[in-house]
Design a protein around this ligand. Structure first.
Ligand code: F6P
Length: 289
């Protein structure tokens, strides 16, 4: 069998691990499309280098590259991709909701695809887990643990911006794990009087304050400025790419392995047109695309 793998959208720690476990004992011919759907369209398709995959198995990043490629929705590009991959028996696609749509479209156009949720945002519909989330959260927790001692020393308030795109899964999980004093996950949460009260109370008790801010709600430096105008000694920090570049956690490795094994099971039974999902109890299941 000829199999093609690709990663699309924001890279997620654990993508490399999936590639390793999926390809390790796989006797089929495995290829990859460089930088996701872009590689399909531009016919940048190469044999998977198992040595490179083995080397990166516990690292973040994406050894076969990823990209955002909205052009894939356009008919002329989509048709080109379909033409380029006619001789593949299976295409395994890792990414978020947009990538899942791509997998479904390809399947409806005669290409056997399987979709694997992989995005730090953990916002894949109907899956309680996507590869990358645990590492992203743990990188934020690490940032809090290594920033707050200095913030506390000055009894300041830290505004920590975390990723998540349009969803607040990372922000909510981090706020819970580090017991943040306040969480801004939507515009209505920017209540300066309420925030000032919390921070000032902490100050009176000789404590610093931690406010988690979900990205894309409002510029964190602007929030900082407005808090300072209200007499709060606030400092902003953006966790940023640390969330995607962090070494995959133990849990991440386990989950990536399980995703890979789920795809291998489908492969054995020659089943495609599916997406691998995780339910609330962390059980793996398979649903139609
Ligand atoms: O989808 C993953 C993600 O990290 C989002 O959380 C974030 O909004 C976006 O990608 C940022 O992407 P980039 O760093 O490419 O702008």
């Amino acid at each position: 069998m000829k199999i093609l793998v690709l990663c699309s959208g924001g890279d997620a720690p654990g993508m490399n691990r999936f590639l390793y476990t999926f390809s390790r004992k796989n006797k089929n011919q495995i290829y990859y499309a460089k930088a996701g759907f872009k590689g399909l369209v531009e016919n940048e398709i190469f044999a998977l280098d198992k040595k490179a995959v083995e080397k990166s198995k516990n690292e973040a990043g994406c050894v076969i590259f990823s990209s955002r490629y909205p052009q894939f929705k356009e008919e002329k590009y989509f048709k080109k991709a379909v033409k380029n991959i006619q001789d593949f028996d299976l295409v395994v696609i890792m990414g978020g909701n947009g990538s899942e749509k791509g997998a479904k479209e390809l399947f409806e156009n005669g290409i056997n695809t399987i979709f694997v949720p992989a995005t730090i945002d953990n916002d894949v519909i109907n899956s309680s887990y996507s590869i990358g989330f645990d590492t992203a959260v743990s990188q934020c927790v690490y940032t809090v643990q290594n920033t707050m001692p200095s913030i506390r020393a000055f009894r300041q308030a830290l505004l920590l911006e975390v990723m998540g795109n349009e969803t607040a899964f990372i922000a909510e999980r981090v706020a819970k794990e580090v017991q943040a004093d306040y969480l801004i996950k939507e515009k209505d949460d920017i209540a300066f009087t309420k925030i000032s009260k919390i921070v000032k109370e902490n100050y009176r008790n000789d404590k610093g304050a931690l406010i988690i801010v979900k990205e894309k709600v409002k510029n964190v430096f602007q929030i900082e400025k407005e808090l300072r105008e209200k007499g709060i000694d606030a400092r902003s920090q953006i966790v940023g790419r640390l969330q995607r570049g962090g070494k995959p956690t133990k849990f991440e490795i386990e989950m990536a392995d399980k995703f890979a094994k789920s795809v291998l099971l489908l492969l054995k039974e020659k089943i495609a047109g599916k997406r691998i999902l995780v339910d609330e109890s962390n059980n793996f299941c398979v649903k139609d695309l």
